[in-house]
Design a protein around this ligand. Structure first.
Ligand SMILES: [Zn+2]
Length: 507
């Protein structure tokens, strides 16, 4: 008999320390993926895009499921999801679910690190309300980002959750497919899987979560191997270490036919991660030192030295507008250097008003509210203007269409800056080329990104340096004013333990 399966998505990665919240308008826009979609739009717009729901739909087609698309929404990572946006989107989703008629299963594309103004565990609440609407017998399968901070509420309200295995996330659609495979198994067997859920006792800085480098590379290979045995599904989520609540930490999820198998696999994998804890550390440089090192390295390099401006990564809640590394590049008189994206609609407008060839004086940065993010004032020459419309070419964005709004290339000394009006993470070479900068011909490239850029830039980079310039996504959790983490969790690999602030005694 044909299986009827509802499909949906509601995703946000929340940096509770970031400057700007996620509003309903941000979900309508879609933040670099597809805009807020309802009913059949969910399938038509996601076709061929690297997101979970597209992979799930691919499996559904092959398996002959009848799909009932409900709603799909994402916003660019930022501070908390506003209460109105959360309730409006989830309310719409639940109404559509209730109107869907009899269902054999539900697939939902989630992130796992959504924090709302009015509740800490966004996905736990989404899954609990879906469960309440569907009843206990219809299986719920969810895809998760490997940055999800998994909670017990999420585990209990769902039947299976499957996370990405790559960062840069080149397997988002593939994860949707793998999740749909598990949902098919659940619907066919007619009884739930046994689950094992473990949380790890240390936070991992995001640049060292990259799965192209060790120790994550081997750990994910081991994880995949677990599924060759009796385990149905195994996931390792490295977590998003900028969410101030008790479940902010890496986690492991294992599903099997019996409890003992799931527990043994989860415990074995946790031990393997703990053995490699010290390896989740890398080197990060202060801006002046980083630029000096890049200049030295570039003298004998054949390819660009690429610097990750990790703390202003808009994929982790930054606004992509701090000027720390730009200031260091100008001060060091760097040549053949380029930096992107500087997201500043006023500066882009000013460049367009002045025209190509004109000089403009701009004050950049100083807007994040982060200590050390000082404004930088200087005169630039407008080299090239653009409407910001182009198509990405690299593996992370795929062939996504970019709409960056009014954009420009401005030059100061030997440094070129890509200005844009809309916030998107610099993770594609085309994000330089659209304003006339050939990235492969630069000596130094500065990308406002932590890891996703590696998918398109590792092949053209001499080496990659990580820079600790002031921005909202602190490299080390100990640099953030956490108050609500689990007592005793290590703030970095083998680092100091978090101690909950002791409230001042009354009187
Ligand atoms: Zn992620």
């Amino acid at each position: 008999m044909t299986k009827r399966v509802a499909v949906a998505g509601f995703l946000h990665e929340t940096n509770t320390f970031a400057p700007s919240p996620a509003t309903f308008a941000h979900f309508e826009e879609g933040g670099g993926h597809i805009p807020l979609s309802r009913g059949s739009e969910v399938l038509s717009r996601s076709k061929g895009v690297n997101i979970g729901v597209a992979g799930a739909a691919g499996f559904a087609e092959a398996a002959g499921w009848e799909l009932v698309p409900l709603l799909w929404a994402v916003a660019i990572p930022s501070a908390h999801v506003e209460k109105d946006a959360f309730e409006q989107i989830l309310g719409d989703l639940i109404e559509r679910l209730k109107a869907a008629g009899p269902l054999d299963g539900l697939y939902i594309d989630l992130h796992g690190a959504m924090v709302c103004e009015h509740l800490n565990d966004g996905e736990g609440e989404i899954l609990a309300r879906l469960r309440a609407a569907l009843g206990p017998d219809v299986p719920i399968a969810a895809s998760l980002d490997l940055h999800g901070n998994t909670t017990r509420k999420m585990v209990e309200a769902s039947d299976v959750m499957v996370a990405y295995r790559t960062y840069p996330h080149v397997d988002m659609a593939e994860t949707g497919y793998r999740t749909a495979v598990q949902l098919e198994a659940l619907m066919s067997r007619g009884k739930p899987f046994k689950k094992a859920f473990r949380q790890l006792p240390f936070l991992i800085p995001i640049p060292w979560q990259c799965t192209d480098i060790e120790p994550a590379k081997s750990l994910y290979a081991d994880l995949a191997e677990l599924e060759a045995g009796k385990v149905f599904s195994a996931s390792f989520l490295m977590g998003f270490p900028a969410a101030d609540f008790a479940d902010c930490c890496p986690s492991v999820l294992v599903y099997a036919d019996d409890e003992a198998t799931a527990a043994a696999a989860a415990d074995g994998f946790v031990s393997a991660v703990l053995e490699k804890e010290a390896d989740f550390n890398g080197e990060a440089h202060e801006p002046d030192a980083c630029v000096a090192l890049a200049q030295t390295l570039s003298r004998s390099a054949e390819k660009p030295v690429v610097i990750a401006d990790t703390q202003d990564n808009p994929g982790a809640g930054g606004d992509s507008n701090t000027a720390g590394i730009l200031r260091a590049l100008v001060k060091a008189d760097a040549q053949k250097a380029a930096i992107g994206l500087m997201v500043d609609p006023q500066a882009a407008q000013k460049a367009h008003d002045a025209g190509e060839g004109a000089d403009v004086t701009l004050t950049l940065g100083g807007k994040s509210g982060v200590a050390g993010d000082e404004p930088f004032t200087a005169t630039f020459t407008v080299e090239k203007l653009s409407d910001g419309e182009f198509t990405a070419t690299g593996p992370f964005f795929g062939a996504s269409h970019m709409s960056l709004g009014l954009s420009a290339c401005l030059k100061i000394g030997g440094v070129r800056v890509v200005f844009a009006s809309r916030k998107v993470q610099l993770a594609d070479q085309s994000m330089y080329r659209f304003v006339g900068i050939e990235p492969t011909e630069q000596a130094i490239l500065v990308n406002k990104s932590s890891v996703h850029f590696r998918a398109d830039f590792t092949p053209i980079a001499e080496t990659i340096l990580v820079c600790k310039s002031p921005g909202p996504m602190a490299l080390l959790a100990s640099d953030l004013p956490f108050e609500n983490l689990k007592d005793g969790i290590r703030m970095s690999p083998c680092g100091p333990a978090f101690r909950a602030p002791v409230p001042l005694a009354a009187g």
